[in-house]
Design a protein around this ligand. Structure first.
Ligand code: 13P
Length: 287
């Protein structure tokens, strides 16, 4: 079923766990994410951004994600990831997306506020919630470049307070040392900065690029207001490794379905692992 509104996000924030925002590109990734949510019985967001739309076609992927969510027994939000384009945001809202991310993190502060405010205005009209970003993460959203955190612009707590107040966003993505993709060097989060942002803003925080984070650091983030964690590279890697392993046996008979099915199942299994990591209390963690 479609997961509307911010209750699940707020509940995650209140109980020290996080909703996973899994990025999907095609039928098999949507199926794998959905199967994981059905098995876990916890709410999950299926997300796609411009990179996914470029591959699958916006309408096709939108309809696929929405139809799958509507017909699933799991509670699934359908979320637009990283969009700088108000037309794209409007198209997703009109199609029935339950939330959108407007990404003005590349803009000067005042322009980020203006873009985000307009996205919030449009989303309210459709009953959807909005995530925005302040500060910038290094790395690419669709291909792992090995970028390092040093190139990031960290989120400033005082600016975050002003930003959330001025825009009315429902969730804020932050840059606190996190990196898109698999970083070359180990990543350390600035948990003090995260705590200061959490104290300054009244909305749940979002962590992008949590790949390769030591689990205690991830749980440290969940204890400091992070209630949504985006996951892409880990699913992409699992999909590709499964395809690679299945290919030799599939090639002689051109058995393409066995390759796609292996990719789908690998996405499901990896998503399930991530869901477990994002529920520290359920697994006896300390967050
Ligand atoms: P990764 O690609 O590092 O998993 O990050 C995903 C993400 O933040 C999508 O917005």
């Amino acid at each position: 079923m479609l997961l509307h509104g911010t209750d699940a996000l707020k509940q995650a924030a209140a109980t020290g766990h996080a909703l996973p925002g899994f990025v999907a590109y095609n039928l098999e990734t949507v199926q794998g994410i959905t199967a994981a949510a059905e098995t876990a019985g916890t709410p999950v967001l299926i997300q796609a951004g411009s990179g996914s739309f470029k591959h699958a076609g916006r309408k096709a992927l939108m309809r696929l994600a929405l139809d799958t969510a509507e017909h699933s027994t799991a509670r699934l939000g359908v979320h637009l990831d990283h969009s700088r384009d108000l037309d794209e945001i409007t198209a997703c809202l009109e199609a029935g997306y339950t939330s959108v991310m407007v990404d003005g993190s590349h803009l000067p502060f005042a322009e980020n506020i203006a873009l985000t405010k307009e996205a919030v205005r449009r989303a309210r009209h459709h009953g959807a919630w909005v995530e925005a970003e302040l500060g910038a993460l290094p790395g690419d959203e669709d291909v792992s470049t090995g970028a390092v955190a040093k190139t990031a612009t960290m989120t400033d707590p005082a600016q975050a307070e002003e930003f959330v107040d001025a825009t009315g966003v429902d969730a804020l993505a932050v840059a606190v040392g996190n990196v898109h993709g698999f970083p070359r060097d180990p990543v350390r989060l600035d948990l003090e900065r995260l705590a200061a942002i959490h104290a300054a803003v009244p909305v749940p925080l979002v962590l992008h690029g949590a790949n390769g984070l030591p689990v205690e650091e991830l749980h440290g983030a969940l204890a400091r207001g992070v209630a949504k964690v985006n996951v892409n590279a880990e699913l992409r890697r699992a999909y590709l490794e499964a395809v690679n392993a299945t290919l030799p046996a599939a090639l002689p008979g051109s058995d393409v379905v066995s390759v796609w099915a292996a990719g789908r199942d690998a996405v499901r299994d990896t998503a399930l692992e991530v869901i477990g990591r994002l529920s520290p209390r359920a697994e006896g963690g300390d967050a």
